[in-house]
Ligand binder design. Structure first.
Ligand code: ADP
Ligand code: ZN
Ligand code: ZN
Length: 729
C-alpha cells in the first residue's frame, strides 16, 4: 500500500499524507484529487511517503491521480520547494501559484486541435498570384508567404498583424491544417527578417555564445534603443537551432504587444507559447503542458512563466530586469528575476538579464563580477540619444504645471508635424477635491488616502481600494459650493493642452484610457499612425515602444520623488525618466527631453542629462552602503493587518519578542510601525523589518521564526505575511 505526500493549496506549512493503492514512483509530480474535510481538493504529489505521520488506519485514500498529463519533473519540484523555503511560504500555496488552475482541476488540456499547424494551400498560392481586390485576408496571406514556407502555429498567425483574418483564410481554403505534427520538418527558426547586428551587438553575442553552455549570469546593459531585444532574439535563435527551449520573461505582456509580435514573426515556424495571468484558464494550462511536454520552443511570459516546466531548457532571458512587476506583491512574494537566476543555475544554462537601467542589486552583482557585463552604448537606428535638459521652474509661472519653455517646445513640434509626450505619473484630473472654507478634503472612507478626482466620468475614486462615488456639488461638511480639485493629474493637463493647442490632437495614455489590452493596442496604433500630436501619459508610456515620430518628452511633477521616504524612490525615478526619455528620437529624428524641476542642479538630473547610468548607480550604491540598505544588507518584512491598528501592532510586538529569543548574532530587529498607507480597504496595517548583512543569517533565522509564528494562536481577523527581499519598506 503506497502513501503519497500531497501539497494542497492551504495556508498551512505542511504536506498531507494519503493512501494511494496503485501509486508508484512515476506518480510523483502528478496532480491528484483527494478528500479533504467534507469536500475534496486538488493537489500535487510531492513524494511517496514511507511512514506516514499519522497511523495508516486513519489515512484517507486519494480519489483520482491525473495521469493524462506527464508528471512534473524533479527539477520543477525542486524549484517549488526552493521557493517555499526561500520565501517561507506554504509549499501548497507555492504549488497553487505555479500551476495553472485548470491543470490542477485536471480538465482537458490537449492542444493540437486548438492550435494546429497551418500551411499555405494550393488555392492560397493561386490567390497570391491572381490580381484580387486587396483584403485583410490577402494581406495576411502575403505576410505569411513573405515570412517563409511555414508551417505556422495558428496561435502564431493570430499574433501577427491582421491575424484575425486566419479564420477567413481557412474558410477560403487558402491555408490548410498541416497533415500531422510529425510532418513538421526541422523548423526554420529564423523566418522573419533579421537586421545585421551592430558591432556592439556582435560583441555581446560572441561573448555570451562564446562562453558556451553551462550556468552563467549576464547583464546586458544597453541604452534604450540599442538593440537589446535583437540580441535576445539572436541568442534565442541560436539555442533553438540546437534543439533547446528558451524562456523569455517580460514585465507586462499587455503593455508590449510589439514584442510579442516581433517574437512571433521572427520565429514563425517555432512553437511560441505565451504565458501570463490574463490568459483564460484553458489557454494557460495548454501552454504550460506544451512547455512540459517539450513541444513549446519559446515560452514568452510574465513573472509566472518562470514556473513553466522546460525539459529542453537552454537559455533564460529577462527583459527589463529592473521592473518591479517581476516581484509578486501578494501571496507568495517571489521575485521572478531572482528565481530566473536560480533556475539557470539549477539547470546549468546561461541567463541574460537586460535593461537600460538595471536594478542596483543587479548592477552591484555585475560590478562585483558575479554577473558578466555586456554594454551597448550606441542606439541601433537613431544616431544619438536624446538631449536632456532641465527647465528651472523656481521663478516661473506655470500654466497648469506647464512652463513657457515647454509650451514653446510643444508648439515647435506641432508646427513640424512631430509628436510630443508630456509625462506625468499621476492619473486622474486632480489628486484630491477640497473645500477652501472648511478644509474638507475627499478622503477615502476605507483607506488612509485621498479620493482622486476623475472629471472624465465625474467620479471620485480611490486608487488603492477602487471604491468610487459621484463628485459632490457642494462640500459635504459645510455646504460651500466652491469646492475645488487640488493639484493635477493627466486629465487636467490633457484638458489644458487642448485649450492651449486647439489645432492639436491631444491623446491621454494612462490606465484609465487604456484599461484593456484591446484599448491599449488601439492607443498604440493611433500613435503609430500619427493620429495624435501631443500625448499625455503616465509610466505606461515608459515601457519599450518605438514611436519614430516622437521627438519631445516633457517631464512634469517629478521632483516629489526626490524627497520620498522610500529609499528606492530615486532609483525608480531615474529608471522611469531614463525609460520615458528613451521614447524620444527613436527614429531618424533627434529627440529632446525637457525636465521641469525646482532642483536643476540635483545630481540625479545631471546624471540623467549626461545619460550617465554608471555615475548614478555609483552615487546611489554609495548612499545605500553608508545607510546600510540593500544590496549591502538583506531584509525581510513581516506585515500584519487587522480591522484595528492595535491588533496588528500587538501581533508584531509579540512576533518581535519571539524573534528576540531566537535571534542569531548579526540579526537586526526593528520596531513595529504602521505602514505608510496605514489603512487600506478598511484594514489597518503595520510592519516589522528584520535585517542581516549575511543572507544566510537572515534565512536561518526566518526558518525557525516563521515556524513559530505558524504555531501562534491569533485572532481570526488578523492576517500576517512575510515578504523576503521586499521592494517596499
Ligand atoms: P532595445 O530592446 O535595446 O530598446 P531594440 O532591439 O528594440 O532595442 O532595437 C531598437 C530598434 O532598432 C528596433 O526598431 C530594432 O528593430 C532596431 N534594431 C536593433 N538592432 C538593429 C540592427 N542591428 N540593425 C538595424 N536595426 C536594428
Ligand atoms: Zn467645506
Ligand atoms: Zn480606498
Amino acid at each position: 500500500m503506497s502513501i503519497v505526500r500531497v501539497a494542497l493549496p492551504l495556508p498551512l506549512p505542511q504536506v498531507f499524507d494519503y493512501l494511494a493503492p496503485d501509486a508508484t514512483a512515476a506518480d510523483v509530480g502528478r496532480c491528484v484529487t483527494v478528500p479533504f474535510g467534507r469536500g475534496e481538493r486538488n493537489g500535487l504529489i510531492l513524494a511517496l511517503g514511507a511512514a506516514a505521520d499519522i497511523e495508516p488506519a486513519r489515512l484517507k485514500t486519494v480519489r483520482h491521480i491525473q495521469r493524462e498529463v506527464p508528471p512534473l519533473p524533479a527539477d520543477w519540484l525542486e524549484l517549488v520547494d526552493f521557493v517555499a523555503r526561500y520565501y517561507h511560504a506554504p509549499i501548497g500555496e507555492v504549488v497553487a501559484l505555479a500551476l495553472p488552475p485548470g491543470l490542477r482541476r485536471a480538465d482537458g488540456v490537449s492542444g493540437e486541435d486548438e492550435d494546429p499547424l497551418l500551411q499555405i494551400a494550393a488555392a492560397g498560392r493561386e490567390a497570391l498570384c491572381g490580381a484580387r481586390r486587396a483584403s485583410k485576408a490577402l494581406a495576411l496571406l502575403q505576410g505569411l508567404a513573405a515570412a517563409g514556407e511555414g508551417p505556422w502555429r495558428r496561435s502564431v498567425v493570430r499574433a501577427l498583424e491582421g491575424g484575425e483574418a486566419v479564420g477567413e483564410l481557412l474558410r477560403r481554403g487558402w491555408i490548410r491544417v498541416a497533415e500531422r505534427v510529425a510532418d513538421r520538418v526541422a523548423p526554420r527558426h529564423a523566418a522573419g527578417a533579421q537586421p545585421e547586428p551592430t558591432p556592439e551587438q556582435t560583441q555581446a553575442l560572441e561573448a555570451i555564445l562564446g562562453a558556451g553552455p553551462g550556468f552563467k549570469p549576464w547583464l546586458v546593459h544597453g541604452v534604450t534603443g540599442s538593440g537589446k531585444t535583437e540580441v535576445y532574439l539572436r541568442l534565442a535563435a541560436h539555442l533553438l537551432a540546437q534543439g533547446r527551449q528558451v524562456l523569455m520573461l517580460v514585465p507586462e505582456i499587455a503593455l508590449t504587444p510589439q514584442l510579442e509580435r516581433r517574437v512571433a514573426q521572427r520565429f514563425a515556424a517555432a512553437h511560441v507559447v505565451s504565458l501570463h495571468s490574463a490568459l483564460a484558464d484553458g489557454a494557460r494550462s495548454r501552454g504550460f503542458v506544451q512547455a512540459l511536454a517539450g513541444e513549446a520552443d519559446i515560452v514568452l511570459g510574465t513573472r509566472l512563466a518562470v514556473f513553466a516546466p522546460l525539459p529542453r531548457l537552454g537559455l533564460i532571458l529577462v527583459d527589463e530586469e529592473h521592473d518591479a512587476s517581476y516581484k509578486q506583491q501578494e501571496g507568495v512574494r517571489y521575485s521572478a528575476r531572482d528565481l530566473a537566476v536560480w533556475r539557470a543555475r539549477q539547470r546549468g544554462v546561461p541567463v541574460v538579464l537586460g535593461s537600460a537601467t538595471p536594478s542596483l542589486e543587479t548592477w552591484y552583482h555585475a560590478r562585483s563580477e558575479r554577473y558578466a557585463l555586456q554594454t551597448l552604448n550606441q542606439r541601433a537606428l537613431a544616431a544619438t540619444l536624446p538631449a536632456v535638459r532641465c527647465i528651472d521652474t523656481r521663478r516661473l509661472r506655470l500654466d497648469e504645471g506647464l512652463s513657457p519653455a515647454l509650451q514653446a517646445a510643444l508648439g515647435e513640434r506641432l508646427a513640424r508635424g512631430e509628436q510630443s509626450l508630456v509625462f506625468l505619473n499621476r492619473r486622474g484630473y486632480a489628486p484630491v477635491l477640497s473645500c477652501p472654507s472648511c478644509g474638507w478634503v475627499s478622503r477615502c472612507p476605507h483607506c488612509s488616502a485621498n479620493l482622486v478626482v476623475h472629471l472624465a466620468d465625474r467620479r471620485l475614486r480611490c486608487h488603492h481600494c477602487g471604491c468610487d462615488g459621484p463628485i459632490p456639488s457642494a462640500c459635504p461638511s459645510c455646504g460651500d459650493q466652491d469646492i475645488r480639485p487640488f493639484g493635477r493629474g493627466t486629465q487636467r493637463v490633457e484638458a489644458r493642452l487642448a485649450e492651449l493647442f486647439p489645432q492639436a490632437r491631444v491623446l491621454r495614455v494612462d490606465r484609465d484610457a487604456a484599461r484593456t489590452r484591446r484599448q491599449w493596442e488601439s492607443v498604440l496604433a493611433t500613435i503609430a499612425e500619427g493620429g495624435a500630436d501631443i500625448l499625455v501619459g503616465t509610466q505606461m508610456m515608459a515601457k519599450g515602444h518605438d514611436f519614430p515620430n516622437l521627438t519631445l518628452v516633457g517631464v512634469i511633477g517629478a521632483d516629489a520623488a526626490l524627497h520620498a521616504a522610500d529609499f528606492r524612490a530615486p532609483e525608480r525615478l531615474f529608471q522611469q525618466l531614463m525609460q520615458v526619455g528613451g521614447r524620444a528620437g527613436r527614429g531618424a529624428l533627434a529627440g529632446t527631453v525637457l525636465i521641469q524641476t525646482e532642483y536643476p542642479a540635483h545630481p540625479l538630473y545631471q546624471q540623467l542629462a549626461r545619460h550617465d547610468f554608471d555615475a548614478f548607480a555609483r552615487m546611489a550604491l554609495q548612499e545605500r552602503r553608508s545607510a546600510g540598505f540593500p544590496p549591502f544588507t538583506h531584509q525581510a518584512m513581516l506585515r500584519a493587518d487587522a480591522p484595528a491598528l492595535d491588533a496588528a501592532v500587538d501581533f508584531l510586538r509579540h512576533a518581535r519578542r519571539l524573534a528576540e529569543e531566537c535571534a542569531p548574532e548579526g540579526l537586526r530587529l526593528y520596531d513595529p510601525v504602521p505602514m505608510r498607507l496605514t489603512r487600506l480597504a478598511r484594514r489597518e496595517r503595520a510592519q516589522l523589518l528584520i535585517e542581516a548583512d549575511q543572507r544566510g543569517v537572515l534565512q536561518g533565522f526566518l526558518a525557525g521564526w516563521v515556524a513559530l509564528l505558524y504555531r501562534q494562536r491569533t485572532a481570526r481577523e488578523l492576517r500576517w505575511q512575510l515578504d523576503v527581499d521586499p521592494l517596499e519598506v
